[in-house]
Design a protein around this ligand. Structure first.
Ligand code: ZN
Length: 168
């Protein structure tokens, strides 16, 4: 078990699409445990594998403020099945820690994938959990929440984002 480094905005790996998980190996189990630990330590409410430099298509999510393990969702090969009702809410990202902006997303979604034991899993998310699911699905497709802002908003953010770029 160990904490993983969360890649900052500007890192090219965040723009890569995650790859579907085939066999669920011991390495993937360790990755899941480390991702949960990293999410709690951040602290955050969701984390996608490519945020920690790993390519398997999986995310961890927990909307509970106290990280109640009963509310933890681990989903491998997740896909959005259905979404209902659009809502704009302010959103942030562990990879872009200084930016919070309103993003329109579904209020309720159904996602499908497999759990960490390879069993089919379908989860309905409402409100915050629905938002996390959509945010993490975007990560796994190489998208960030700022990509969903209007052009005008992105122009305003540009200089702020440039300051967050890692110095080389
Ligand atoms: Zn994020």
């Amino acid at each position: 078990m160990g904490l993983l480094r969360i890649l900052p905005y500007g890192h090219p790996f965040l723009r890569q699409r995650a790859r579907p998980v085939g066999e669920i190996t011991a390495e993937i189990q360790t990755l899941i445990d480390d991702m949960v630990e990293t999410m709690i330590a951040a602290p955050g409410i969701g984390l996608a594998a490519n945020q920690v430099s790993c390519s398997p298509r999986l995310f961890v999510a927990n909307p509970a403020p106290d990280h109640d393990p009963n509310q933890l969702v681990v989903l491998l090969n997740p896909e959005l099945v259905e979404g209902y009702g659009l809502l704009e809410i302010e959103e942030g990202c562990l990879s872009i820690p200084t930016v919070y902006e309103g993003v329109r997303r579904y209020r309720r979604v159904l996602v499908r994938g497999i759990d960490r034991h390879g069993r089919p899993l379908e989860v309905e998310g409402r409100d915050l959990l629905a938002r996390i699911f959509q945010h993490e699905l975007d990560h796994l497709d190489g998208l960030l929440f700022i990509d969903r802002l209007s052009d005008a908003k992105r122009v305003l953010l540009r200089s702020k984002l440039r300051k967050t770029l890692p110095r080389r």
